[in-house]
Design a protein around this ligand. Structure first.
Ligand code: PMP
Length: 401
C-alpha cells in the first residue's frame, strides 16, 4: 500500500523541487497535484472570461466550466448543485452563515463548542453580540466533549437556535460525534452547521444522508487552490436566508428603492467569483475521486498509528491525542518550546510541522498549554516520512541538549 502512495508524490511538483521535504502541515494547507496546476494554467491561457454576463463564446465556455465545477463539488459531497455556494474558504462560508442566519431574525441563540477553530467560534460569538442574540459555548475537556454537556447547553438555550461544530478538530484531530449531535439539535428545534474544513478531505461524506443543514469547507485543504471554498445548504433553508453580501451577479432587478435577488445559489455569490479557483477545486476533487477517499483515509490511519508508536518511544514527549482522532498528532516536549522544536525540525531535518495555538486558544487553555507542535498527514505522506519525523525529533532534542 505504501508503494502506491509513495508513487503519488511524483504527481506533486513541490516534491520534485524539494526532494528532501517531509511535509506534515496538511491540516494548514495541502500541496497541489500537476493536474490542478495545469487546469489553472489552461483556464487562464485558454478560457479566461467573466462568468454569467456576456454572450460571446469565451464567456459561455468560462461559465460552463464554473458551473461544471459546481456540479463536481455537489456530486463529491452528495448535494444538489443548486445547494452549492462558492466562497473564499471555510472562514467566509461560516461568516456568511452567521450573518445571514442572524439577520433573518428567526434564530435566538448560537451554540458552539469551545474546541472550535477560531473561524467557527469568533463569527458566531461576534455576530451574536452585534445582533443581540444569545451565545452559548459548549464546555469541553482535554480530549473532546461529553454529549451530556451538549444536551445541557441545548436545553437551556433559547429556541430556535443554530449549533455549529467541526467534524474533525484541527488542533487534536478529534473526530466529533457530529451525527449524534445533529439528531440532538434537530429534536430540540435547532439547525446544525458542520465545519468540514478537516473532515471533508479525510472521510467519504454525503450531505443529504448526513442530515446536517449546512456544510462549510476550504479548497486549499483538499488539494485545490487557495481563495476558494464551499458552503452547502439545504435548499429550503437557503431560500429563506438573507444575502450576506450585495453587488453584481446576485441581483434580479434593481429599483430606485428596492432590489430583488437572483435564485440560489447565485444570490450568495456577490461580485466576480473566483472562477479559476472553482475550476481548480473541481479538478482536485476529480483527482481524489480517482484514488478514493476511503483508501486515503485508511492510509492516513495507518500512518498516524505508526507515528503514535514511534513518538511514544521518545522520552519527555507528551502526545495529546483523543481516542477517536484522525490524521493529526499534537505533541510537546518537557524541555523544549514547541516553536523551537518545530524550527529545529525544519533546520536540521527538513521536516515541516506546525507549532502554536492552532487557532484554538480555548482548546489550549483546557489542555493547560499555550502552544503545541502538530504533525498532520495527507495522501502523499509515507512510512518513511513518519520515520523522518521521529528521527528528526530525536536529532532536535540531541542538538538542544
Ligand atoms: N475550521 C477548521 C477546522 C480549520 O482547520 C480551518 C483551517 N485551519 C478553518 C476552519 C478555516 O479555514 P480557512 O482558513 O481555509 O478559511
Amino acid at each position: 500500500m505504501d508503494d502506491y502512495f509513495c508513487k503519488l508524490k511524483s504527481d506533486f511538483p513541490i516534491f520534485s523541487k524539494h526532494p528532501d521535504l517531509v511535509y506534515l502541515d496538511n491540516a494548514a494547507t495541502t500541496q497541489k497535484p500537476f493536474s490542478v496546476i495545469e487546469k489553472l494554467k489552461n483556464f487562464y491561457s485558454e478560457t479566461n472570461a467573466n462568468v454569467h454576463r456576456a454572450v460571446y463564446r469565451l464567456a459561455e465556455e468560462s461559465t460552463a466550466l464554473y458551473e461544471e465545477a459546481r456540479e463536481i463539488v455537489a456530486s463529491f459531497v452528495g448535494a444538489k448543485s443548486g445547494e452549492v455556494i462558492f466562497t473564499r474558504g471555510t472562514t467566509e462560508s461560516l461568516n456568511l452563515l452567521a450573518y445571514s442566519l442572524g439577520l433573518s431574525k428567526k434564530y435566538r441563540a448560537f451554540v458552539v463548542p469551545l474546541f472550535e477553530h477560531h473561524s467557527n467560534f469568533v463569527p458566531w460569538q461576534q455576530v451574536a453580540h452585534i445582533l443581540g442574540l444569545k451565545f452559548y459555548p459548549v464546555k469541553i475537556h482535554a480530549s473532546g466533549f461529553l454529549l451530556e454537556d451538549v444536551v445541557k447547553t441545548i436545553n437551556r438555550c433559547e429556541k430556535p437556535f443554530v449549533f455549529s461544530m467541526t467534524g474533525l478538530t484541527n488542533s487534536l484531530g478529534y473526530r466529533t460525534p457530529f451525527e449524534e449531535v445533529t439528531k440532538l439539535v434537530h429534536s430540540a428545534g435547532g439547525v446544525f452547521v458542520l465545519d468540514g474544513a478537516q473532515l471533508i478531505p479525510h472521510e467519504p461524506f454525503n450531505f443529504k444522508e448526513s442530515g446536517v443543514d449546512f456544510l462549510a469547507f476550504s479548497g486549499h485543504k483538499i488539494l485545490g487552490p487557495t481563495g476558494i471554498g464551499v458552503l452547502v445548504g439545504k435548499e429550503d433553508l437557503l431560500k429563506q436566508m438573507i444575502p450576506f453580501q450585495y453587488g453584481g451577479e446576485m441581483i434580479d432587478r434593481v429599483g430606485e428603492r428596492d432590489t430583488t435577488f437572483a435564485p440560489i445559489p447565485h444570490r450568495f455569490e456577490a461580485g466576480t467569483p473566483n472562477v479559476a479557483g472553482a475550476v481548480g477545486l473541481g479538478e482536485a476533487l476529480k483527482y481524489l475521486e480517482r484514488i478514493g477517499i476511503e483508501k486515503i483515509s485508511k492510509h492516513i490511519k495507518n500512518l498516524t498509528e505508526e507515528a503514535v508508536k514511534e513518538l511514544s518511544d521518545i522520552p519527555g514527549l507528551t502526545l495529546y491525542r483523543p481516542e477517536n482522532s484522525h490524521g493529526i498528532i499534537s505533541f510537546s516536549h518537557e524541555n523544549i518550546h514547541p516553536h523551537d522544536l518545530a524550527e529545529l525540525l525544519s533546520r536540521l531535518s527538513n521536516v515541516a510541522i506546525r507549532s502554536g495555538h492552532h487557532c484554538s486558544q480555548q482548546q489550549m487553555k483546557v489542555l493547560g498549554v499555550s502552544s503545541l507542535c502538530r504533525a498532520s498527514f495527507y495522501l502523499y505522506n509515507t512510512h518513511s516520512d513518519v520515520k523522518k519525523l521521529a528521527d528528526g525529533i530525536r536529532e532536535a532534542l540531541r542538538w538542544f541538549s
